[in-house]
Write a protein that binds this ligand. Structure first.
Ligand SMILES: Nc1ncnc2c1ncn2[C@@H]1O[C@H](COP(=O)(O)OP(=O)(O)O)[C@@H](O)[C@H]1O
Ligand SMILES: [Mg+2]
Length: 232
């Protein structure tokens, strides 16, 4: 079940990313902030930072917001680690206060429901190591398969959308998952450019996964040759 949290305080604007997501302190309750009482349902103890994308941030669409949440849920269902997704209600008082700050960045928020996911920090790196351990390779293969399944082109060298800490991958940014939906009703899709965009070679994980596939094929090949020797 997706929870709907209440946006309480704008922490900051993330400078990276096309959509300029926001880091927002959210609580489970819509009642006014109570900083004095840690036991209150929206006291400081119950407020958690989330990364929020919503209208009218750049390049936000209804499909993008749906994908952001649903893609994240699907990845978790397939045992891929992601920051827990949720919906975030942007109230009029929150939006008015946030827009006073966002104006300086040329950004603007609208009231309504936004997508959210838990903010993670501390020790994560955006860089995929050149050589992966067996376990990292296993995770990379799962992620690569997921991206192929949902036709997500957004895991490139420039935009890995994947953090790693102590050999553990965490996936984020699901806005461009289910990109095949964009082709519905298109009479003459420009397949050439689409293939480059969506092609399995484009992914930052392609090299590692191919290496694994090659190694496994070699193992199968060697085993079958050994077996043949045994039978002879
Ligand atoms: N859950 C998160 N916790 C911490 N940082 C995040 C999280 N999600 C995204 N970020 C940071 O924000 C940047 C932009 O977010 P992303 O979802 O990739 O948006 P965009 O669609 O604009 O690329 C990411 O590159 C990453 O550095
Ligand atoms: Mg991104």
């Amino acid at each position: 079940m997706l929870e709907t949290l209440e946006a309480q305080r704008l922490e900051r604007v993330i400078s990276a990313g096309r959509t300029r997501p926001l880091v927002v302190e959210c609580s489970r309750s819509a009642s006014p902030i109570n900083d004095e009482d840690p036991d209150a349902s929206n006291g400081p103890e119950n407020r958690v930072l989330h990364v929020v994308k919503g209208f009218d941030l750049p390049e936000i669409t209804n499909l993008g917001l749906f994908n952001e949440v649903f893609g994240n849920l699907l990845a978790r269902e397939l045992d891929i680690d992601t920051p827990a997704p949720c919906l975030v209600h942007l109230s009029t008082p929150f939006v008015e206060a946030a827009n006073n700050v966002l104006r300086r960045y040329g950004l603007r928020l609208k009231t309504g429901i936004a997508s959210g996911c838990e903010y993670f920090s501390g020790g994560y790196s955006n860089v995929i190591p050149r050589s992966l351990s067996d376990d990292e390779l296993k995770q990379a293969t799962l992620i690569y398969g997921f991206d192929m399944l949902v036709q997500n082109p957004d895991r490139t060298v420039q935009r890995p959308n994947c953090a790693i800490r102590s050999g553990h991958f965490k996936l984020f940014d699901f806005e461009t998952t289910f990109s095949f939906v964009l082709l519905i009703g298109v009479q003459k899709p420009a397949l050439g450019s689409l293939q480059t965009w969506l092609g399995p070679e484009a992914s930052i994980l392609c090299g590692s996964v191919k290496k694994k596939a090659r190694l496994e094929l070699e193992t199968v090949h060697n085993c079958s040759e050994e077996n043949q020797c045994c039978h002879n």
